[in-house]
Design a protein around this ligand. Structure first.
Ligand code: PBG
Length: 323
């Protein structure tokens, strides 16, 4: 005779299951990434990310209107320059596409939070997240540029600054520049535990941000290192981060769960391009049920401890969550 504990009792019907369900999540947890490119009338689908488009500023407005209709709380903007150069100088230009998009969204009074990605990789000819000298990615000189990007986004009207470069000391550098220029109330969502991951492949194709030499392992985390990820998170908190992020999500759920134990700060998790592409590709072949796998993977990210889930599925998930 086995024990009298019968776990199946509480699973016997949907109302019971609803009552004992541990993980709750909603459209409130979602943040939607948008790729902004130069030009007008541009709406170009990214081949490895079906349903996701590169959009010129005029098209971004339409997209953000849709996001607002879904009651998704915010968008995360990624930009591309008209021309790349060695120093990525268009990244902090007043006329950059991100700066223009932020101003355009704000002038339409759309009730959507606008977060901006702060990084150099799409803006430099060498495709690295920092400045390069003699084939080395230089840390401290990069910080000055990152701070310039962040303040230019702030002047344009951004609501949340999100550095993704993984240089040491960037949160402190950005925080002090923002404070100096009167943006002491502007929060920073730091990509704190960003791993050197092959899951970024489709994003790099979309952004043209594949490194032209070497790889990102001298600044992004080794996928083997969970403890080091927690140190990165600790450091970003001490430098003034308001939200810490783990990225990618699904292959790093343990890091999200451990981060939750060491901090009371909100945790964001980024379900990256490769995670999206895998689900889309399998669904296209009818090997997986797209809706179910999407919802299950998003729920798992929430269960691990993230309160903000950055996902290309945000609109599709919102459609299901609000019907
Ligand atoms: C740029 C950046 C990357 C992503 C977000 N910001 C790519 C990278 O580090 O190469 C990946 C996002 C995705 O794959 O969806 N620093």
């Amino acid at each position: 005779m086995f024990s009298e504990i019968r776990m199946r009792r509480l699973r016997s019907n949907e109302n019971l299951r609803r009552l004992v369900r541990e993980t709750q999540w909603s459209v409130d947890n979602l943040l939607y990434p948008i790729f902004v490119v130069p030009g007008s009338g541009v709406r170009q689908e990214i081949p490895s990310m079906p349903g996701i488009y590169k959009l010129s500023v005029d098209q971004v407005i339409r997209e953000v209107q849709e996001v607002a209709e879904f009651r998704i709380p915010g968008v995360l903007l990624f930009g591309q320059p008209h021309t790349k150069d060695a120093k990525g100088s268009e990244s902090y230009s007043d006329q950059g596409v991100v700066q223009q998009a932020v101003r355009a969204i704000k002038s339409q009074l759309l009730h959507v939070l606008v977060a901006t990605d702060v990084c150099l990789c799409a803006y430099t000819t060498q495709g690295h997240c920092g400045l390069v000298d003699k084939n080395q990615i230089v840390n401290d000189a990069t910080l000055e540029v990152l701070a310039k990007i962040a303040t230019s986004h702030a002047h344009a009207g951004a609501d949340l600054i999100s550095p993704s470069d993984m240089m040491d000391g960037r949160v402190a550098a950005i925080r002090s520049s923002l404070d100096e220029q009167g943006f002491s109330n502007l929060p920073i969502m730091a990509y704190s535990a960003k791993f050197s991951s092959a899951f970024y492949g489709p994003f790099r194709d979309a952004q043209g941000s594949t490194p032209q030499f070497g790889d990102r392992r001298s600044y992004q985390l080794d996928p083997a290192n969970g403890r080091e990820a927690l140190r990165e998170i600790d450091l970003d908190i001490s430098e003034g981060a308001d939200i810490v992020m783990v990225k990618p999500a699904l292959a790093y759920l343990d890091v999200i769960a451990r981060a939750k134990e060491i901090t009371d700060l909100p945790i964001a998790a980024y379900q990256v391009s490769g995670e999206y592409a895998m689900i889309k590709a399998a669904a296209e072949k009818q090997w997986l049920d797209e809706e179910k796998v999407m919802m299950e993977s998003l729920q798992s990210i929430r269960r691990a401890g993230a309160s903000i889930i950055i996902t290309y599925f945000a609109k599709e998930a919102a459609r299901l969550l609000t019907r």
